[in-house]
Design a protein around this ligand. Structure first.
Ligand SMILES: C[S@@+](CC[C@H](N)C(=O)[O-])C[C@H]1O[C@@H](n2cnc3c(N)ncnc32)[C@H](O)[C@@H]1O
Length: 204
């Protein structure tokens, strides 16, 4: 499997003197949060990076659990939580190894820009689904697999195809699933036109 290691991510976070993906939350997460039917009390964020999304959700009164492969990202996220004045349950874990505690379920799980080989992306989605309470929401945004994409992973295998998402989320009720182009403005890394997928789906 050819995904970036914890050391690669640590180096990226350590060498960047500002937040890699910006301080504002992801726009799609904001949009889903604005829906009239979206009102989770507990949210799980696998691969929360340096914590922009977790801190924002906690600020809105949700009880947030977040983890990331990178210890450096977690350190930055904890500093952000402290500055923001929020409490987020954070820990360091690889989604490939992680298991939720027995009987632990969340009202929503959001996976934002976790890119890598199919095995990594599928595992993240299946574990997210297994972690959802009844009616719980899976929210996902990531780079889409399209020809000539200008931003995101160079290797098409590390990007999301709609057909994969349809297969992996078969047991959910799809609320929206789309691929398209949008203008990203999230830190230095995600700036400009990008081909992305967006998914919001609910446990039946
Ligand atoms: C592009 S960043 C996105 C971070 C965050 N979701 C955001 O939107 O700001 C991808 C994150 O995935 C994390 N990651 C990569 N592989 C992972 C794995 N196997 N388990 C957990 N986190 C992982 C990286 O450490 C990195 O922080």
């Amino acid at each position: 499997m050819n995904s970036k290691s914890a050391a690669d991510w640590d180096k990226r976070y350590r060498e960047h003197d500002m937040s890699l993906f910006g301080d504002a939350p992801n726009e799609y997460l904001r949009m889903v949060c604005a829906r009239s039917d979206f009102a989770p009390q507990t949210v799980l964020l696998p691969a929360d990076g340096d914590g922009r999304n977790g801190a924002w959700l906690a600020r809105r009164g949700m009880s947030v659990t977040a983890f990331d492969l990178s210890t450096e990202a977690m350190r930055l996220a904890q500093a952000r939580d402290k500055d923001t004045g929020v409490d987020v349950e954070r820990f360091n874990a690889d989604i490939m190894e992680w298991r939720p505690g027995a009987g632990r379920l969340w009202d929503a799980v959001a996976i934002l820009y976790l890119q890598g080989p199919a095995e990594l992306r599928q595992t993240a989605i299946l574990k997210a689904i297994a972690s959802l309470a009844p009616d719980g929401w899976l929210v996902l945004e990531g780079f889409a697999r399209v020809a000539g994409a200008t931003m995101g992973p160079k290797d098409a295998e590390n990007r999301y195809a709609i057909s994969e998402l349809e297969t992996w989320t078969k047991e959910l009720k799809i609320i929206e699933l789309m691929a398209g182009k949008l203008m990203l403005d999230e830190g230095d890394r995600h700036k400009g036109h990008a081909d992305v997928v967006r998914l919001a789906a609910r446990k039946r």
